[in-house]
Design a protein around this ligand. Structure first.
Ligand code: ADP
Ligand code: ADP
Length: 215
C-alpha cells in the first residue's frame, strides 16, 4: 500500500537524507524504522505525510504516486494520515476532550458525532476518565496518549509516529507501543520511527534499519 521507488531526498542545504530507498509496506502492517540520529527516519515519514517531497524517485500510496495528486486531492489524502510527534504540542489552555476534538471541529463534523468519536478515541488510549483534565495535570505518558488520540480521531488508515516515546520512561514507552499495536490490530497501517533498539525488538515486528548517508 505504501511503496518507495528509488527515492532520494536532498534538502536545499545540500544535505542528503535518503539515498535510493526501495521499500514496500503492506496494508495493515506495523513497521518500525530504526537507525541512528540523522539516518533519515523522520524524512521518510515526512515524505509519506507530504510534509516533504522527494528529490528523485516516487512514493506511492495505494498505487497512486503522491506527485500525481492534484492540489484538490491533497486535503483528503492528508486526512487519511495520523501523525504523532515526539512532543504532542497540545494546547495548554484547553482540556483533553477539546484537544482531541480539534481536528473534527475543523472538518465541520456535527457535535454529537464529535463527542462520540472523541470519547471513543480517548477510551482506546486509556484516557476515558480524563476528558476534562488539562494537559498540565497529566503525566508525560498521558500527554503523549492525548496526542495519539488526536491523531487517530479522524480514523486514519495510516498512522505515522516519529520518536513517539523519545521523552518517556522505558515502562511508559512500552505502553505507548502497545497502544499503537492495538490500532494496528484494528486495521491501521502503522509506521514508527524509533532509535530505541531494545524497545523495537521487544515488539517483534518487521524493522527497517536506515543508515546515515555519508555523501
Ligand atoms: P532522523 O530522523 O533519522 O534523525 P532526519 O530525517 O531528521 O533523520 O535527518 C536526515 C538528515 O537530513 C540529517 O543529516 C539531517 O540533519 C538532515 N535534515 C533533516 N531535516 C532537514 C532540513 N529541513 N533541512 C536540512 N537538512 C535536514
Ligand atoms: P466509532 O466508530 O464510534 O468511531 P470505534 O470504537 O470503532 O468507534 O473507534 C473508536 C476510535 O478508535 C475511533 O474514533 C478512532 O479514533 C479509533 N480507531 C478505530 N479504528 C481505527 C483504525 N482502524 N485506525 C485508526 N483509528 C481507529
Amino acid at each position: 500500500m505504501i511503496e518507495f521507488r528509488q527515492v532520494y531526498k536532498r534538502y536545499p542545504t545540500g544535505q542528503l537524507a535518503l539515498y535510493n530507498v526501495n521499500l514496500t509496506i503492506h496494508a495493515g502492517e506495523m513497521l518500525f524504522i530504526t537507525g541512528n540520529s540523522g539516518a533519515g527516519k523522520s524524512t521518510l515519514l515526512k515524505l509519506i505525510a507530504l510534509l516533504e517531497t522527494p528529490s528523485k524517485g516516487n512514493v506511492l500510496v495505494g498505487n497512486m504516486p503522491l506527485t500525481h495528486l492534484n492540489p484538490r486531492q491533497i486535503p483528503s489524502y492528508r486526512r487519511k494520515i495520523g501523525f504523532i510527534f515526539q512532543d504532542p504540542h497540545l494546547l495548554y489552555d484547553r482540556n483533553v476532550f477539546d484537544n482531541v476534538a480539534l481536528p473534527l471541529l475543523i472538518s465541520g463534523m456535527p457535535l454529537p458525532d464529535i463527542k462520540r468519536r472523541v470519547n471513543a478515541a480517548l477510551d482506546k488510549v486509556g484516557l476515558g476518565r480524563k476528558t476534562k483534565s488539562f494537559p498540565l495535570m497529566l503525566s508525560a505518558g498521558e500527554r503523549q496518549r492525548v496526542g495519539i488520540a488526536r491523531a487517530v480521531v479522524n480514523r486514519p488508515t495510516i498512522i505515522l509516529a516519529d520518536e513517539p516515546t523519545g521523552n518517556l520512561d522505558p515502562e511508559l514507552a512500552q505502553d505507548i507501543m502497545y497502544t499503537f499495536a492495538q490500532f494496528n490490530d484494528l486495521g491501521a497501517t502503522v509506521l514508527i520511527a524509533s532509535h530505541d533498539h531494545g524497545l523495537v525488538e521487544r515488539m517483534k515486528k518487521r524493522t527497517v534499519v536506515l543508515q546515515r548517508v555519508e555523501l
